[in-house]
Design a protein around this ligand. Structure first.
Ligand code: MG
Length: 294
């Protein structure tokens, strides 16, 4: 009888453990299956196949605002976010030529043609992206930027740049002040994946800030994605991405599709985009973050 009771207890503990494991797996499975992403191929005007991707039923880069409403406009206060780097920050650009050269290269690892203007780093057309010499995984990143004061172009062609975590996950930089484009491509969007909660853009030429909390995706030893990246972003001190689980990559895969996750190292450079517009950057600093255990 005693043995029987002990056995019952043991099997009850086993059942509980199994249930806990199932719940954990179910949770993990649930996280990985949302949002629901579907794809289809449609014929373009030229008769060629075009990939269309839908995230929870909404087309990537949807321009119809009845299907993908634009984020409400919010006038930010006078905040430039977490302006002053704390003592454990790695300063990536302090306004000087020296800090630019010491911390940044072009995408091939060579000196970049971007220029310093009035203590700010300015994107130079056709000079390509710049990237940090050092590699980073999960980080807290502060960066200030300004779209050109002289307005030129519209939509995606006006003040376009980008802050790329791990050289690939883009927080869009765009002059979104009274400049309409698809919501998932405006300032503060995780490009093609998540529109900002609100549009907190300042006027062209005015300094703005992003404070980004990024946790890297995790891949297993076979390259299978086991945890997706997350983003929390403040624009001029206003929360615009609220612990968003990034559903996939942010790379351009045609007019209505974004890239998928693809296995990569745990640390990679932070990059800034040359999209042909002279966008300026200043006061860039970063703190490395630890990842939570799996
Ligand atoms: Mg961009």
């Amino acid at each position: 009888m005693k043995t029987h009771t002990a056995r019952s207890r043991f099997s009850a503990i086993l059942s509980l453990a199994a249930l806990a494991l199932c719940t954990t797996h179910a949770k993990a499975a649930e996280d990985m299956s949302k949002p629901v992403i579907t794809t289809e191929i449609r014929k373009g005007e030229d008769g060629k196949d075009v990939l269309y991707m839908f995230i929870d039923g909404v087309k990537v880069h949807e321009t119809d605002v009845t299907k993908q409403p634009l984020p409400p406009v919010v006038t930010p206060g006078d905040s430039l976010g977490f302006t002053t780097p704390p003592s454990d920050a790695i300063v990536l650009f302090d306004g000087s030529e020296e800090s630019f050269k010491a911390n940044w290269t072009d995408s091939q690892g060579n000196p970049s043609q971007w220029k310093i203007v009035d203590g700010a780093l300015e994107s130079v057309k056709k000079a390509g992206y710049i990237q940090t010499r050092r590699n980073f995984g999960s980080v807290q990143l502060h960066v200030e930027w300004a779209a050109p004061a002289k307005v030129s172009g519209d939509g995606q062609g006006r003040g376009n740049s980008g802050v790329f975590l791990m050289n690939q996950y883009e927080v869009q930089v765009l002059d979104s002040y009274e400049n309409q484009t698809y919501a998932d491509g405006q300032a503060g969007a995780l490009y093609g994946r998540s529109k900002p909660l609100v549009n907190a853009c300042r006027k062209p030429g005015e300094w703005q800030s992003y404070d980004i909390i990024f946790h890297r995706p995790v891949f297993d030893e076979k390259g299978k994605l086991i945890r997706r990246a997350t983003f929390t972003v403040f624009h001029n001190g206003v929360l615009i991405q609220d612990h968003v689980v990034l559903s996939g990559g942010t790379g351009w895969m045609g007019p209505h599709a974004a890239s998928e996750y693809k296995a990569h190292p745990d640390k990679l450079p932070i990059a800034l985009q040359d999209h042909g517009n002279p966008v300026r950057f200043r006061n860039i600093w970063v703190r490395e973050l630890k990842d939570k255990p799996l």
